[in-house]
Design a protein. Sequence first.
Length: 338
Amino acid sequence: MKGKMFIVLAVILMILVVLSACMNSDTGSAEPSESSKTGSSSGPMVYVNNRDANNVQVIDSKKNEIVSTITVGEKPTYNEIGPKGRYVYVVNSKSEDVSIIDVKSNEVIKTIPVGKTPKGINFTPDGKWVFVINEGEHTVTVIDTESMEKTTTIEVGQFPHNGVASPDSKKFYVTNTGSNSVSVIDTASQKVIRTIKGVEGSPHNLNITPDGQTLLVTLTKNSAVGVIDLNAGEIVKTIPVGIGHHVLDITPDGEYAYVANISENFISVIDISEQKVVKKIEVGTGPHGITVSENGEMIYTAVTGENKVAVIDRASNVVVDTIDTGQFPFFISTIESS
């Protein structure tokens, strides 16, 4: 009798061990893996600056969920991801520095002091340089991405705000809000070689078409987007959009620009070849930062007044999801993770 009871107990014990192993292998019950703890994913990762929370949140776009929150400097405004996808550079306007985040660990690995009231930031596509726009002192700080050290300070126009590099990495364009102009920097000499004047309406943010022929510049005072023909060196068209400060991004095929209007509840979609708005998409109060996914299929916009990110399907131009964030999500960028 005792022998039979021992056998029964042994069988029950084996069943419990098997069940326990199954439970631990079930992703719904298991402890988070190291990759999930750090926010790694096989899909695009989205980085959101929460200006009033002094942090950056990382969104896994496969699940549309926050997977990491990273403390940075004071009043983070703009951010950009390097072309090699290894680091996110975050501009902290109040603490006047740049936080460098390693995308593998989602940790700040270095902080670099820059100029007064820094705002915009962008890389050259070859990955060699990053330019930080110092609005408060009318300069641009250049950082060598290999050494992660400052190399040059370049004087530009009055109250510069943001910048973008040409696709060939040879030039860098800076909007001068106070001068109604765009400074053209030669990236090799790191000097201003030209100024495009007559960009009336307080040029603010900007982007460049994939062919490198056209700059789209948001004109805050005029609630419009200016089209600059870079061959002619002048503004050739003005396209009315919504009211307020604007950020814009261009689809990889160069066909459309998506413009966020912070004093409205919608973003504007511009057909670049037609040079006109073809769609308005309601996203919530105060959209500012906006980015198109690397494959061009999704658009993400930071909605400042509702502390969320709206996710838009490009094919339908419809909001398909929203993600709650920290306080005052201001800027947003995305890249395919390694």
